[in-house]
Design a binder for this molecule. Sequence first.
Ligand SMILES: [Zn+2]
Length: 293
Amino acid sequence: MRCKICQSEMRDVGTKVSAQTERVFNLAHCEVCQFSCVSNPRVDFEQIYDEAYYRGEGADPSVSYETEAGDPRTSRRYEWRGMLRVVQSVRPVGEETEWLDFGCGLGGFVEYLRAHGFRRAVGHDEGYAARRVETLNIPSLSARDLDSANGRFDVITAIEVLEHALDPLAVLRQMCSALKPGGVLVLTTGNAKPYRDKLTAWSYVVPDVHVSFFEPETLARAMRLAGLTPEHRGHSPGWTDIIRYKVLKSLHVQRQSWSEAIVPWPVVARIVDWRLGVSAQPVGSRGDEDSSA
Ligand SMILES: [Zn+2]
């Protein structure tokens, strides 16, 4: 198959069997731009991302979006706090900031932002999540709203979204066109570089739902193709909280507690980041010239 980023021929690098559905997925890798993907992904999105998925009973059982949405002590709040700090380290933001959380799930981060004074924050998602967010009265844009939101946003965040996309370049283009000139895209997605030669061993490859994998330079290349200017900003203080959440999630610690609070997180986060390059993915900004044409 052709690489979804650079169009070179990809090679097969093995298979991964889904722990949830026992389906066999094929993994492919591009040696030109280092993009990797599931070459036979599921496309039954309504079945994958159904109510059970958001309860943590679907293809990715490590997160219950429903539980964390109503829990002020959810460990997810570390990720939200960290994401806000990372955005603040990239550009000044305030209550007038037009902020889109792309792939917002059940809208937890949008609510967090609005509770912290960002009253123009909105979300966007598709399928069950889009319908559920509407019943929760969390401001959100439909796919049609988003298409007509060209040049509207100062900030777009996309927390662990791009790895779900079958056509990540199209998603990046969509986000780029929704940004104002000079607006920024801050996203998180796994860094495939430490696993370049052992993709099948990477726990992040949950192939029912995670289908696109980027190294930092691959993502920078994809951003440029989408009209964004990438910048590698590296580890800033907000990453401590983002990585803290990731570590707690991997340990199935769903709530904040005194026992996790005594961990020296700035040190732990630095070590995890050094090994896995979590903060190495680039930030993208839309150029001042209109590049949507
Ligand atoms: Zn490629």
